[in-house]
Design a binder for this molecule. Structure first.
Ligand SMILES: [Zn+2]
Length: 123
């Protein structure tokens, strides 16, 4: 399931074309009809994944390089590290957005498999 999600595919059946645009996910899988938003607020988990990615990218692109650079030269400019921080905080989450949704769907399906109690969501 996680491998399918990493390929931006349906974690349940592996079908592709889940997005109509970079930021717009279809309501249901075109392959199996699985409804991605299983409950209201479902994609809060995707937001958390994306936030963690953004924080990690800021640490990798700005904080750690800044510490290393300032340790060697305390008078060095911090401008490149600010640019790195903006890339990590703003650009990286936008790039990673579709994967955050498919990965969250995969995590949710691993923890809560589709059950008979939600037959309307299976099509
Ligand atoms: Zn599917």
């Amino acid at each position: 399931m996680l491998r399918r999600a990493l390929l931006k595919r349906c974690p349940l059946c592996g079908a592709g074309r889940l997005f109509t645009g970079w930021f717009r996910m279809k309501e249901r899988c075109p392959g199996c009809g699985y409804r991605f938003e299983r409950e209201e607020g479902f994609f809060l988990g995707a937001y958390v994944i994306n936030l963690a990615i953004a924080q990690g990218m800021v640490i990798l692109l700005a904080v750690v390089p800044l510490i290393v650079r300032l340790a060697g030269d305390p008078d060095a400019s911090i401008a490149p590290f600010i640019v790195g921080g903006v890339i990590g905080a703003v650009v990286a989450p936008m790039i990673f957005y579709p994967w955050s949704k498919t990965i969250w769907s995969a995590f949710d399906l691993m923890l809560r498999p589709v059950s008979v109690e939600e037959p309307a969501d299976k099509r």
